[in-house]
Design a protein around this ligand. Structure first.
Ligand code: C2O
Ligand code: CU
Length: 648
């Protein structure tokens, strides 16, 4: 039919020497080849990194496909069709071999490669092109005398080809660099410190063993990624000084890890894929061991493909009770989190589809797995400690925009003390309330109060999404929440000396939080940077053991960023030129508002390679991640497409 369609009435008078288009079949072959070529070009840089001859092969095949497409469109040579058909089918054959027995060359010879969306799309396009070219070769097609008429059916036949091209290019462009190693430089004449050796020394602390099974579970009609079948995962509660042994059993379809957020573990136990370990593959078991030396409110979560895995449900509370703390009658961790099914949206077309789906799927936030209202027990006169844990990202606007704005929570019905931030106790906290308390993702605030003789205490969010009721009896009257004063940690409690800040600083580093539109991982993105650099090629701050390091953090964006440092505690020095007037503040997750600047300091007493990143997961995924690297520490693990380790 295509051969006939060529000669259908020309609508436009075309001058004699103008290019002539061929039949619809030739057009299809050309479009399919161009699609395959485009996909090859997209993945080419990645292959070039892995194994240069593969990169060259992808470049050459893409060029050949473009050339053949042009030839088929504008010539009528039978030979063109034959060469095209043979060429495309040869590439398909090569693909089949590489995905079954493996190729004898490459960075991993004789091992079959995994089938990805991009290569599957390219292969289908090549098969379609090959088929059409083979048909053309059987009977030379007649030259087009003019622009052929647009006809619906043959034009529609192009649509699957175009879709495959878009899908393939999108998937191919997801690519990360093949592999990046985060090792710190080794000073001349010094020995390397292998990260694998940075473990807790054996000791006879009381041993607490836990097993966390990472597995899929149906929750609220959604498939959640869980620890032990629930979201959040089980609460781990230990005493200060205990030794934790946690066995991770991976029953997920993807590799994963566990990071102990806020706990000063030894570096080898930090759970960061590609830095402190390889992500644990499906059906494999891995074990973590560390001593909980600090009391406080912490949490644990996956640190592999974090933006995706954490929001799907892989997190839980970790409470370390003080050895000789105050008497508490009721102690409740409250994790504010994304309802399973509301995962973070990746940039790009897939993200757009996901965004549209989620926009119509209702409730997105929950507390301890409950969306709506959570009820907790307490009797009049009892002392209650609420451990608020922020695991909820800000509102997302489309696949690229997330301001990272914190939750704003208000406690009503009693006066309360804020006794700790991120696990660090505050000095002489006074009873306050009600105030708006900002809780960024990654942060923890511990509230303590005595239950009133009548009525309940409520925690409400100023957007009216989440609420928690403690005790029974009439609920406190609600107020105009948005008008309440904002709790300011820098003006709370009483001053006392901070041992970190007594002796000056050995080094001061700039931490400039920025963003710019650009191309990252081969696709357009609102790149989030620290000192102009995006992970995994991000900024590395080199430190040595025994230093006091000051970080001068400047937020040049309109967004909030919760800057989280692994393995250390930050002392707050200054915000926008003002020092704390109340209690010293020790934290690991610092909420930095738009255009604010903060100075913080920490002591380098825990050698390793430690992530320092924005905990707004989408920001980290778009590059806002740096490394505090102790000189000489080397890691055998890599981040990137080859290992599959993806810490963000
Ligand atoms: Cu809560 Cu780098 O982690
Ligand atoms: Cu951020």
């Amino acid at each position: 039919m295509s051969a006939q369609s060529v000669n259908t009435t020309a609508r436009l008078a075309v001058p004699h020497r103008q290019l002539k288009l061929s039949s619809w079949r030739a057009i299809r072959a050309a479009v399919f080849m161009l699609g395959a070529g485009a996909i090859h070009l997209t993945v080419m840089p990645q292959h070039l990194q892995e194994y240069p001859p593969f990169g060259a092969f992808f470049l050459l095949s893409a060029l050949a496909q473009v050339g053949l497409a042009a030839a088929v469109l504008f010539s009528t040579q039978r030979l063109t069709a034959i060469v095209g058909a043979v060429g495309n089918l040869a590439i398909v054959a090569l693909w089949v071999v590489s995905r079954t027995v493996g190729l004898p060359i490459g960075d991993d010879p004789w091992h079959p490669e995994t089938v990805g969306i991009a290569d599957a799309a390219a292969t289908i396009l090549e098969l379609l092109a090959g088929w059409n070219l083979a048909r053309l070769a059987r009977r030379p097609w007649r030259p087009g005398r003019a622009w052929i008429r647009l006809r619906i059916r043959p034009a529609l036949a192009l649509v699957p080809g175009l879709l495959l091209t878009i899908v393939g290019v999108e998937a191919g462009a997801e690519g990360m660099p093949a592999s990046v190693n985060m090792s710190a430089p080794i000073a001349l004449g010094r020995a390397a410190v292998p990260l694998d050796g940075l473990k807790a020394a054996p000791g006879n602390e009381p041993l607490r063993s836990f097993t966390l099974v990472a597995e899929l579970a149906q929750i609220g009609g959604q498939t959640a990624w869980t620890f032990n079948g629930t979201v959040p995962g089980p609460e781990l509660r230990v005493s200060q000084g205990d030794r934790l042994r946690v066995t991770l059993v991976n029953h997920l379809p993807a590799s994963t890890t566990i990071h102990w957020h806020g706990v000063r573990v030894s570096n080898a136990e930090d759970g960061v894929a590609g830095v402190t370990q390889d992500a644990v593959p499906p059906r494999v078991t891995y074990s973590y061991e560390f001593v909980a030396s600090d009391a406080g409110t912490f949490w644990y979560h996956s640190h592999q493909d974090t933006a995706n895995q954490l929001t799907r449900g892989l997190f839980g509370a970790l409470v370390v009770e003080p050895r000789d703390g105050p008497l508490i009658d009721r102690d409740y961790p409250l994790i504010f989190h994304e309802f399973p099914g509301h995962s973070i949206i990746s940039p790009g077309l897939q993200g757009l589809a996901e965004y549209v789906r989620q926009a119509f799927s209702g409730q997105r936030a929950a507390v301890n797995g409950t969306s709506g209202e959570l009820h907790l027990q307490a009797r009049p006169g009892e002392r209650v400690r609420l451990r608020l844990i922020g695991a909820l990202e800000g509102e997302q606007f489309g696949p690229l925009m997330m301001l990272g704005e914190p939750l704003e929570l208000v406690a009503l019905g009693t006066c309360y003390q804020i006794v700790a931030i991120d696990g660090g106790d505050l000095n002489a906290p006074q009873c306050i309330g009600p105030e708006r308390l900002r809780l960024g993702i990654g942060q923890r605030y511990d509230l303590s109060f005595v239950m009133p003789s009548t009525g309940s205490v409520t925690i409400v969010d100023t957007r009216g999404q989440e609420s928690v009721t403690v005790g029974s009896g009439p609920e406190p009257a609600t107020l105009d929440l948005k008008r309440l004063p904002l709790f300011d940690p820098l003006r709370y409690g009483q001053p006392s000396p901070d041992p970190v800040l007594g002796h000056g600083f050995d080094v001061t580093y700039q931490v400039v939080l920025g963003e710019e539109g650009g191309i990252r991982h081969l696709q357009p993105e609102l790149i989030h940077t620290i000192n102009g650099k995006a992970a995994p090629m991000g900024t590395a701050y080199l430190v040595r053991q025994g230093q006091v390091v000051r970080l001068h953090i400047v937020n040049e964006t309109e967004e909030f960023h919760t800057m989280h440092l692994h393995g250390h505690v930050l002392s707050v020095l200054d915000r926008d030129g003002g020092a704390p007037r109340g209690s010293p503040i020790h934290l690991d997750s610092l909420l930095v508002g738009p255009h604010e600047s903060w100075d913080v300091a920490f002591v380098t007493d825990n050698p390793g390679l430690w992530m320092f990143h924005c905990h707004v997961l989408l920001h980290a995924a778009m590059g806002m991640s740096a490394m505090i690297a102790y000189e000489g520490v080397t890691t055998p693990y890599d981040v990137g497409a080859r290992s599959g380790n993806q810490s963000e």
